[in-house]
Design a protein around this ligand. Structure first.
Ligand code: G6P
Length: 610
């Protein structure tokens, strides 16, 4: 989604602003812009499309400036077009960039029109620029003007504001959308995501809900929404700009797929010892709370929702506790009934997904036992607002389509399922076997990656397809859903997943000799059932592609069909291992189709609006 960078310095900051926008490209966007204080006044450049187009424009005009704000926009109000790209300006004196949605923009627009302000865009953001201008024109200082304006905004925002009369100063504010302040030496920064600033600083202050930040050349200060100065902790970022470089890989997604053995090992690092899960990895009070837990409610979106679905199978089998899983955008508008001692678990890579956050906030008044966040970003709102958390430690994920974040979520969720199992009478042998399987996981993921050359060949048969069906049973059904989602997201092929037993209730009507049907066949208690479903597809002439555990693959396919064999692995970790070939398949199909693999059309990495 949208990205923000702002810098106040004594030197030309254009290069760093453009770098910051490029670092935020992964979030998904459709236009970009920059505003600077230059010798000519407040200069603004905007371009539809990629940041590279904005950069070209900047080079043509050789614009330079020592204070500036920049933005990548993912359209919500108003089509992707230059006129709707941020920064929005007011009377060439105020420039504003904004992430989020201002819900009361229509009434503010009417009020501003009555005061003589003209609107040049369809965005909700333009009202902020004019409101700040009006407050300044009434005599307020820039900081006071922004404080007054944000109190009037309904909805979600992270903003950065620049004023011609205030060179060397940028004001930021957040509510509902993330924002950090970066600390430099004789210069200061603001951004919606630390990646934008990593080459220039590793020291950050994470703004809290309602905070307003003032950065100048000399100092960086934070105020609450009432204008009272606040002391916020300075945090050091643990990874450098290199961690978000693509290196030798053609795409971030490919890099992230190949990072998975290490990512999974990082998720497990320091959490297993002598065949046991270390107590307290979910937080100090967790041991008691997990013991008390009588039911679990998962809430998540996208791939995180699929990971939660797998967790339902694991927890119900290992801990014998009922589990419900719901998409956050549905859950938040329901009137859920919460059984006694239910643990709420939110799962999110970013920890900033608007619907998941809203669901967490709503759930807090519903009497859950506690909230646990399974998340990849330690400083995220979701983690900060949850009583318990388990970090997935995938490292920065840049490709919009989730790969290593999903696989590390699954790893963290299997830890949770085994821990709940231990607290709820899971037989010691099964518990130990589960931990042993987890210990083997990094190797099992590395083995699965070896299928890459075969999958690349298989992908050639897919590139001309318009539809695909993914089948799985039990814990592999959500993995089939994730496989279908990956294919849709990056190759734009329509793909659907079904529990294989459901085939005959509808989807079988779609099967003919043109329809690729991908089945996920691990060595589990449902294998024989799956084989019958494969027969149903075969009988209708579907093009069968089966990913099977090598130890049970004999006879599962016929000679004209495709069989890809995975090394045998434990039943519990099989959903994680079988995810890998499906990621590789969608990756290679997308490359053959020539789509924008890392930034697929219309999608965003972190969906911070509803
Ligand atoms: C977007 C991303 C998906 C992700 C989903 C949930 O749609 O493109 O990859 O699964 O958001 O994001 P979260 O950060 O909450 O896991």
């Amino acid at each position: 989604m949208c990205g923000i960078v702002g810098i106040a310095a004594r030197r030309d900051v254009v290069g760093n602003l453009i770098y910051g926008l490029k670092a935020l490209e992964y979030r998904g966007y459709d236009s970009a812009g920059i505003a600077l204080i230059t010798d000519q006044g407040l200069t603004r450049l905007r371009a539809k499309g990629k940041v590279a187009e904005l950069e070209q424009l900047q080079q043509q005009h050789s614009v330079q400036g020592h204070t500036g704000i920049a933005h990548t926009r993912w359209a919500t109000h108003g089509v992707p077009a230059e006129r709707n790209a941020h920064p929005m300006t007011s009377r060439d004196e105020i420039a504003v960039v904004h992430n989020g949605i201002i819900e009361n923009h229509a009434e503010l627009r009417d009020e501003l029109r009555a005061k003589g302000y003209d609107f040049t865009s369809e965005t909700d953001t333009e009202v902020i620029a004019h409101l700040v201008h009006a407050e300044k024109a009434a005599g307020k200082d820039l900081l006071d003007a922004v404080l007054t304006v944000v109190r009037r905004l309904h909805g979600a925002y992270a903003i950065a504001v620049l004023s011609l009369q205030d060179p060397g100063r940028v004001i930021g504010a957040r509510k509902g959308s993330p924002m950090v302040m970066g600390l430099g030496d004789g210069e200061h920064y603001i951004a919606s995501d630390i990646h934008a600033l990593l080459p220039i600083t590793r020291r950050f202050v994470y703004l809290e809900e309602g905070d307003v930040a003032e950065i100048t050349i000399e100092r960086a200060r934070v105020f609450d929404i009432h204008g009272v100065e606040q002391q916020r902790k300075v945090k050091e970022a643990h990874f450098s700009a290199d961690a978000v470089e693509r290196g030798e890989y053609r795409h971030y997604m490919l890099k992230e797929i190949h990072e998975q053995p290490v990512a999974v090992a990082d998720t497990l690092e320091g959490r297993l010892l002598d065949g046991q899960i270390l107590t307290g990895i979910f937080g100090p009070q967790a041991v008691q709370l997990l013991k008390q837990t009588e039911a679990v409610q998962f809430v998540a979106c996208g791939s995180s929702y699929h990971a939660s679905m797998v967790a339902k199978y694991w927890i119900e089998a290992l801990a014998r506790i009922p589990v419900s899983v719901e998409i956050a955008s549905e859950y938040r508008y329901r009137d859920p009934v919460v059984p006694k001692n239910t643990l709420l678990v939110t799962v999110s890579q970013s920890g900033e997904t608007a619907d998941t956050l809203a669901a967490l906030r709503m759930a807090k008044s519903l009497g859950y036992l506690a909230e646990l966040a399974i998340c990849n970003v330690p400083e995220s709102s979701l983690v900060r607002e949850s009583a318990l958390c388990l970090m997935t430690r995938a490292g920065p994920e840049i490709g919009v389509a989730s790969t290593k974040a999903f696989v590390t979520q699954l790893t963290a969720l299997l830890l949770l399922a085994l821990e709940l199992g231990r607290q709820h009478g899971l037989d010691a042998t099964r518990y130990r076997d589960g931990v042993t399987q987890l210990e083997h996981l990094p190797q099992a993921v590395a083995d699965a990656l070896k299928l890459d050359p075969e999958i690349r060949v298989l992908a050639e048969r897919f590139a001309s397809k318009h539809h695909a069906l993914f089948l799985g049973r039990g814990r592999q059904f959500p993995i089939a859903m994730e496989g279908a989602l990956k294919l849709k997201e990056i190759s734009y092929i329509h793909a659907e997943a079904y529990p294989a037993g459901e085939l005959k209730h509808g989807p079988l009507a779609l099967v003919d000799e043109d329809m690729p049907v991908i089945a996920v066949a691990p060595n589990d208690h449902l294998l024989e059932k799956l084989k019958s479903n494969i027969e149903e597809v075969r009988a209708r002439g579907g093009q069968l592609i089966v990913f099977a555990d090598k130890s049970v693959s004999r006879g599962i396919t016929h000679p004209q069909e495709t069989l890809l064999e995975l090394e045998p692995c434990g039943e519990l970790i099989a959903p994680i291992v079988f995810t890998i070939p499906l990621q590789l398949l969608s990756y290679h199909v997308a490359v053959l189709k020539g789509t924008d693999v890392d930034q697929p059309r219309n999608l965003a990495k972190s969906v911070t609006v509803e």
